[in-house]
Ligand binder design. Structure first.
Ligand code: GLY
Ligand code: MN
Ligand code: MN
Length: 364
């Protein structure tokens, strides 16, 4: 199967490389899975090579060979497993190619040194930008997997109001959410779940602890399922046992900011302008200056999958990009609100993937 993604990688690299070599060695590189299409597994110490006639071959070890052969690509093993034998095998596979594209952002320094020495006489060219750009626009099979990840996530987030109990800990709620993911068909959480009660909701990247839930407090869940390697990422802020006027104002400010951003989203819109629409709206409210991060990010094999919406963003939206839209307001010592949804960009606007209601929800 010839993937259009292969063409895009060479095109975005300005055809300045003869082959692309992805090393899934010291570090996991999602681009290995992007090129091979494998939907799971570890593929430790493996390489994927993309050739200009748009096919991929895999170099791996005995440990991974059988699972690798389940895919459509030719699979090779080195003659032995010393560093020199790995490099000999790579040289055979790379052949006459002289410019070898490598993901400089995904490779450890020691792997870089090993490749430089092992492939002496060839030039290593950074193709990290081309890979990132290719991955922004999703192919149909990627969209299917993201949609499944988001469906599982939204259904689980929809169940959160029924899971809340006075006195439960943040970690207990985290465990129930992650169990809900697996029961609904997820492979794992896509990232470290954020579950925060009360004043902890003001910390955007908080890790759940043993803080117990009390009535009258906000509950923020920022969670995502992973399905066949693709990520979802959704946030809701609920109010347990009542809501104050100030909490309501905070929620409405964030919701209106999200609406202001969503109104601008379509093919051709600038990521910076979409971010500013939300940020400028928040600055007209009581919560001026309290939106402290970018509005959202691309979603895919990684939860932060490349470019996104932000004050310095260069991104121009295109059809079939998948992004989060996640304004927030954070008042340290008091609490915060974030609302995060996942969308697919279309010609005329966007398709909302998340299905959880966005209006203020008071539980219990
Ligand atoms: N879950 C982290 C984020 O929303 O970016
Ligand atoms: Mn999130
Ligand atoms: Mn996010």
């Amino acid at each position: 199967m010839v993937y259009t993604r292969y063409k895009r990688i060479f095109e975005y690299a300005d055809h300045s490389v003869d082959v692309v070599l992805i090393a899934n060695r010291d570090r996991v590189d999602p681009n290995f899975f992007y090129l091979t299409g494998y939907t799971g597994g570890l593929f430790e110490s493996s390489y994927a090579i993309l050739y200009p006639d748009l096919h991929v071959e895999v170099l791996t070890s005995r440990l991974e060979a059988d699972i690798a052969r389940l895919g459509p690509h030719p699979v090779h093993l080195p003659d032995g497993y010393t560093p020199a034998e790995w490099m000999n095998a790579l040289r055979r596979l790379i052949g006459e190619a002289s410019k070898v594209g490598v993901n400089f952002k995904g490779i450890s320094h020691s792997d870089y040194l090993a490749l430089s020495e092992g492939l002496q006489g060839k030039t290593l060219v950074d193709v990290s930008g081309a890979l990132q750009r290719a991955r922004l626009v999703k192919d149909p099979d990627e969209l299917e997997r993201i949609e499944m990840a988001v469906k599982i996530t939204s259904e689980t987030v929809n169940s959160v109001p029924d899971l809340l109990r006075e006195g439960m800990t943040e970690k207990e709620l985290q465990a129930k959410i992650e169990q809900g993911f697996v029961e609904r068909g997820a492979d794992s959480p896509a990232f470290q779940s954020i579950v925060a009660f009360g004043e902890n909701t003001a910390l955007p990247h908080y890790s759940p602890q043993n803080r117990r839930l009390r009535r009258g407090e906000p509950v923020l869940v920022d969670v995502g399922a992973k399905y066949r390697l693709y990520c979802a990422d959704q946030t809701r802020t609920f109010f347990y046992g009542g809501v104050t006027q100030r909490q309501r104002q905070m929620y409405e400010a964030v919701l209106e900011a999200q609406n202001a951003a969503l109104r601008l989203i379509k093919k051709g819109a600038e990521g910076r302008a979409v971010h500013l629409a939300a940020a400028q709206y928040i600055d007209t409210t009581l919560f001026k200056g309290k939106f402290t991060h970018g509005l959202g990010h691309s979603l895919g094999l990684e939860v932060h999958d490349g470019a996104g919406f932000g004050a310095t963003s260069q991104l121009v939206l295109d059809e079939n990009m998948v992004l989060t839209v996640e304004p927030g307001v954070y008042v340290v010592g008091e609490g915060g609100v974030r609302i995060e949804d996942d969308i697919v960009v279309t010609q005329e606007g966007y398709r909302m993937l998340t299905t959880t209601p966005r209006e203020l929800t008071v539980v219990g």
